[in-house]
Design a protein around this ligand. Structure first.
Ligand SMILES: O=P(O)(O)O[C@H]1[C@H](O)[C@@H](O)[C@H](O)[C@H](O)[C@@H]1O
Ligand SMILES: [Mg+2]
Ligand SMILES: [Mg+2]
Length: 283
């Protein structure tokens, strides 16, 4: 049985296998560097961190994939931060977050992952997320189910907000108006008697926990397409919903998402939220 429990012979096989191998190699580098001294710099805000390991891992993944698939296109977090255009075309496109949870990584907090998504004709074909400290490899291919270390994943069937555990993330904006909206959204969900609202520091891993049925919903304003791409396939293939915060279809570049095990839960969460605006990834 292959990495994600899928049979060989489906399209993009070679790409999927390359993603799995590179996610494993990247995970070894990240796990080793987690406890080492780091050179940390900031990007869009004092809370938006990047290290030399983010850049090293991204360079490794992109250079290896370019060698194997020279006609493919790439959207990668640190290249975008350095000015590369973030544009999803109909071409086969890799969407890469070399370390999701860089703030956790800087603090040696173990919830860190490498995320490799792949889209063709603007449709997400597969996602691979390696939670490298816990050695959990999450993967999913469109139409072939979602897996963690070969074990199939299924979302929770919860439809009652007052019985829900919900994850979100804070994002990189820390101005008082944004924080007021962000905390107001958490307050609304807690007033609706949600069992809990938690922030773990990695959008990608939060969505993988959703796919595994360990939480009932996830929402965020401010994440990027590279936080979302791989994990969206994993949630959908585990039977979950990933949609826009307006209730419409997911817009990968919009910097906002609601995901849940059921449509009912996704709708209830979306209805509780005040929007927080972020500039699109593709402007
Ligand atoms: O920068 P990395 O790749 O660590 O991604 C994180 C974002 O930086 C946060 O703003 C965001 O809130 C999430 O924590 C997301 O995982
Ligand atoms: Mg990220
Ligand atoms: Mg990152």
């Amino acid at each position: 049985m292959k990495a994600g429990g899928q049979q060989a012979g489906s399209p993009w096989d070679e790409c999927f296998e390359a993603a799995v191998q590179l996610a494993r190699r990247a995970g070894q580098i990240i796990s080793k560097a987690l406890t080492e001294e780091k050179r940390v710099s900031t990007k869009t805000s004092a809370a938006d961190l990047v290290t030399e390991t983010d850049r090293l891992v991204e360079d490794l993944i992109v250079s290896e994939l370019r060698k194997q698939f020279p006609s493919h296109r790439f959207i990668a977090e640190e290249a975008t931060a350095a000015g590369a255009k973030c544009e999803l075309t109909t071409s086969p496109t890799w969407i890469i977050d070399p370390i999701d949870g860089t703030c956790n990584f800087v603090h040696r907090f173990p919830d860190v992952a490498v995320s490799i998504g792949f889209a063709v004709h603007r449709e997400l074909e597969f996602g691979v997320v390696h939670h490298c400290v816990e050695e959990r490899l999450y993967s999913a291919r469109r139409g072939h189910g979602a897996f963690c270390n070969g074990q199939q994943l299924w979302v929770s069937g919860e439809t009652d907000l007052s019985r829900a555990l919900i994850l979100t993330e804070i994002g990189s904006k820390r101005d008082p108006a944004t924080l007021k909206l962000l905390l107001g959204n958490m307050e609304q969900l807690l007033l609706a008697k949600a069992h809990g609202v938690r922030v773990i520091g990695s959008s990608t891993l939060a969505l993988c926990h959703l796919a595994a049925g360990a939480v009932d919903a996830y929402y965020q304003f401010g994440l990027h397409c590279w936080d979302l791409a791989a994990a969206t396939v994993i949630v959908r293939e585990a039977g979950g919903i990933v949609m826009d915060t307006t209730g419409g279809p997911l817009d990968l570049m919009s910097r906002r998402v609601v995901a849940a095990g059921t449509q009912k839960m996704a709708t209830l969460v979306a209805q509780a939220l005040q929007p927080i605006s972020y500039e699109r990834d593709d402007v």
